[in-house]
Design a protein around this ligand. Structure first.
Ligand code: RBZ
Ligand code: NIO
Length: 354
């Protein structure tokens, strides 16, 4: 592992126990039966632990969309052509995609990073951090070199640092990369040992034959490359994607800056899984937004011990599910700040002893 990546991994602090203790005490003084705000209570306590503040200001937030292409598209694993990656990135930059609508609705900035799109894209708002023009076809050769995978993770860390430094306090993860559900399922299978039948879904909407083809591609790629699940970089460079590795870095960098990261669907969750393999210290900084309809997502979240907030049968990516959770994070913060305590409101706490 490069010295730089290692340095950032070790910079991730554990959650602030003292702040969590104060937050938990405060939650129990608010005018409601104990525990009645459910996951919002745990979220408020977790946010205090991440930020070290009882009332964190998370109003400056951004969805980080990492975009890259996938050589494995040669195997016919997506319902859409590879050019859609670049075309959708232009759509993000022009404001017309689902993520643009939801980001406008939920006051989130969109940061779009070209970490490996096949074609040359020019736009003043695009962060060009291209490592290579798409991955190689993982069905035939390792998707990346080890160095490229490390560079992609480091790029994600640097992007997180850059935006944390200019005041972003909360991140959502998003991605665009035709073919990336195949790379994601391959990574999940290789790390977990689960058969591709359990990790592989329809992605953009391939039919049953398409799903079987994806499963076969993944099974034979794992047979060909023999990735070592105990060596994160070995698995990541052989089967991963540049945007997935970039998101792994983004999560590590955000956690090192004590910023909450709301993770999106299946692909983002695989990036989180890779980050957790690199250091479990990143996990408490992650908030699972929604349960994607993509096969494998439920198992993946269970494996990470994360519980999603929303169940909307979405399977889009781009960061859409993550940004939809921002109002819930806001709700947790506002309840902590604005609710009256039993004492203040003159509400009796307990049944008087008989
Ligand atoms: C128009 C369009 C917009 C999208 N936005 C996100 N994705 C999503 O679909 C892709 C993964 O599915 P697969 O592995 O089947 O290619 C990713 O780019 C993902 O973000 C989209 C896909 C399409 C077609
Ligand atoms: O869960 C996701 O993020 C997802 C699922 C299918 C296609 N694109 C993204």
């Amino acid at each position: 592992m490069s010295v730089d990546v290692k340095q950032w991994i070790t910079a991730i602090a554990p959650l602030d126990e003292k702040a969590m203790e104060i937050a938990a005490l405060h939650v129990d003084q608010l005018t409601k039966p104990q525990g009645s705000l459910g996951k919002l209570e745990q979220l408020a306590i977790q946010l205090a632990g991440m930020t070290g503040e009882l009332h964190p200001d998370l109003s400056t937030r951004a969805v980080m969309i990492f975009a890259a292409d996938h050589g494995v598209c040669e195997e016919g694993v997506s319902a859409y052509p590879q050019d859609v990656t670049a075309q959708m990135v232009m759509n993000f930059l022009n404001g017309g995609a689902a993520i643009n609508v939801l980001s406008r609705q939920n006051q989130a900035e969109i940061i779009c990073v070209d970490i490996g799109i096949k074609s040359e894209l020019q736009h003043t708002q695009l962060y060009t951090r291209k490592i290579r023009k798409g991955t190689r076809n993982l069905a035939k050769e390792p998707a990346m070199t080890r160095e490229e995978a490390e560079k992609a993770v480091l790029t994600g860390i640097e992007i997180a640092n850059e935006h944390a430094k200019r005041g972003i306090r909360m991140f959502a993860t998003g991605e665009m990369g035709i073919g990336n559900t195949t790379a994601s399922a391959a990574l999940f299978s290789a790390f977990s040992g689960l058969d591709p039948v359990r990790t592989t879904g329809r992605g953009t909407g391939v039919d049953n034959g398409g799903v079987r083809r994806k499963q076969e591609v993944i099974r034979s790629a794992i047979h060909l490359h023999e990735p070592n699940p105990a060596d994160v970089w070995d698995v990541l460079h052989k089967l991963g994607g540049l945007e997935i590795a970039g998101l792994t870095g983004l999560m590590l960098g955000a956690a090192a800056n004590r910023c909450p990261v709301v993770i999106d669907g299946f692909i983002s969750s695989v990036a989180a899984y890779v980050a957790i393999q690199l250091t479990p210290a990143v996990k408490p900084y992650l908030i699972a937004s929604h349960l994607s309809a993509e096969t494998g997502h439920r198992l993946l979240l269970e494996e990470m011990g994360l519980s999603p907030m929303l169940h909307l049968d979405m399977r889009l990516g781009e960061g859409t599910g993550a940004v939809l959770c921002f109002p819930l994070v806001d709700a947790a913060c506002r309840l902590m700040k604005e609710m009256a305590t039993f004492e203040r409101a003159g509400v009796s706490r307990e049944e008087a002893p008989r």
